[in-house]
Design a protein around this ligand. Structure first.
Ligand SMILES: Cc1ncc(COP(=O)(O)O)c(C=O)c1O
Length: 414
């Protein structure tokens, strides 16, 4: 008799739906496809030489630390280097208030575990990072979208959402935000907005989860001070990551927060994985302590700036005027809004895939059924030539769509 596995899974697993985008990545990562879909770093920017030398050194000379288990909170020396980085950036944080995680994704997951009860509303940006929304949902939370404009989340939308949820007896206690070069829109929340959001958080007693994997990758000007730096009430939990500024393959990130939070996170982490990869932590430490990571970031800024500029100027050149897109000052993403008379971005994606070019349609990023005529374009992974070529192909498709819509509208007038 074969096992009917669905009868074995816990009730909890019903909330684990995964991201439709991850499923779709398999398709878009096929070599014959030019993909603007994945938010992955450029493979060609991985510092192979330094990593290879450091790994050889660690295995030969520092094997006790690099190959053994490490403390659950993370190696103290890495936490110290990271707390110094945070302090330089005004995000005051002692090494003791910092936990090393398996990428910031694990930070989100551990926070979901310790903060969310089934049925809790979680305020998220609209649209929001899918990986965050999936975590909150997996712990039984309901994602409640806060509308954004080009300055970031809109305070009045946030207050309305809080009041509505509270009236329905579900007072929100968490706001999750990606304030710098937001995934998926590329928007950076202005300093004024950060103060306004913090004031709302204080008024309604919310904690803020500030997820900042892209803040170091600015191409025009530095980002405003982080919520963590502006916070005077210990209500901000900060997530950082090496994935975009070094490599995602080591799966090393960090979580910085008030003592009671990091203590609980460390307890939750003990049951999750005992500790993050010691080899990964030692590698991150070695490459950070003497400034290699900082120099690498400075290089990445120039390299990704070029890719961003190429994508934006190709869009200027090839897209019909009615298509609007964000002009991000850093990070990996451009958010595209198609005119209301266009077919859905899902249908446009199908047309793109027929010509072997992919992007991500907007629906998956929405907690309220939005994003039908939006899409996320990532410029980080494809090479410069593919960016120009892929955008031209899509531009040709969109012009045809535009012509089809105009003809249809004309025919309806007769
Ligand atoms: C906003 C955001 N948060 C978290 C993550 C997860 O990153 P990590 O590799 O650090 O787990 C990503 C990855 O793309 C992201 O875009």
């Amino acid at each position: 008799m074969s096992v009917e596995w669905n009868n074995f899974f816990s009730k909890r697993t019903k909330n684990i739906t995964g991201s439709q985008i991850r499923q779709f990545f398999a398709l878009t990562e096929r070599p014959e496809i030019i993909s603007f879909a994945g938010g992955f770093p450029g493979n060609e920017y991985f510092p192979q030489e330094e990593i290879s030398n450091s790994l050889a050194h660690l295995v030969r000379e520092e094997s006790t630390q690099a190959l053994q288990y490490s403390p659950t909170e993370g190696s103290f020396e890495l936490r110290k280097v990271l707390s110094e980085k945070m302090n330089r950036e005004g995000k005051l944080c002692a090494a003791d208030n910092l936990v090393i995680t398996d990428g910031s994704q694990q930070g989100l997951d551990l926070l979901g575990r310790i903060l969310i009860n089934s049925g809790d509303p979680v305020l998220v940006e609209e649209p929001a990072y899918i990986g965050g929304m999936c975590v909150f949902k997996s712990y039984g939370g309901t994602n409640v979208g806060i509308e954004m404009d080009d300055q970031g989340p809109i305070p009045s939308s946030m207050e309305q959402a809080i009041k509505k949820q509270t009236r329905e007896d579900r007072r929100p206690k968490i706001f999750y935000t990606v304030p710098n070069f937001h995934n998926p829109t590329g928007i950076t929340t202005s300093l004024k907005r950060r103060f306004e959001i913090l004031a709302i958080a204080s008024r309604y007693n919310l904690v803020i989860i500030e997820d900042n994997p892209y803040g170091d990758l600015y191409y025009d000007q530095e980002v405003p001070l982080c919520y963590k730096a502006l916070d005077r009430e210990e209500r901000v939990i900060y997530l950082g990551s090496y994935s975009k500024i070094l490599i995602p393959g080591i799966r090393i990130g960090w979580l910085a927060g008030p003592g009671p939070v990091t203590e609980k996170v460390a307890l939750a982490k003990q049951t999750a994985d005992l500790c993050s990869s010691s080899l990964g932590q030692q590698l991150a430490y070695r490459l950070s302590k003497e400034g290699y990571v900082d120099r690498h970031i400075a290089k990445l800024r120039k390299l990704y700036r070029r890719k961003r500029d190429v994508m934006l100027s190709a869009m200027d050149r090839h897209f019909p005027a009615g298509i609007e897109y964000s002009k991000p000052g850093g990070g990996f993403f451009i958010w595209v809004n198609f005119p209301s008379y266009y077919p859905s971005s899902r249908e446009l994606l199908d047309l793109g895939l027929q010509q072997k070019v992919a992007f991500v349609h907007g629906e998956g990023f929405s907690s309220n059924g939005g994003g039908l005529r939006s899409a996320r374009f990532s410029f980080s992974q494809p090479c410069i030539e593919d960016i120009s070529f892929g955008i031209k192909i899509l531009g040709d498709i969109f012009w045809e769509v535009e012509a089809g819509c105009t003809l249809k509208a004309a025919a309806q007038q007769f």
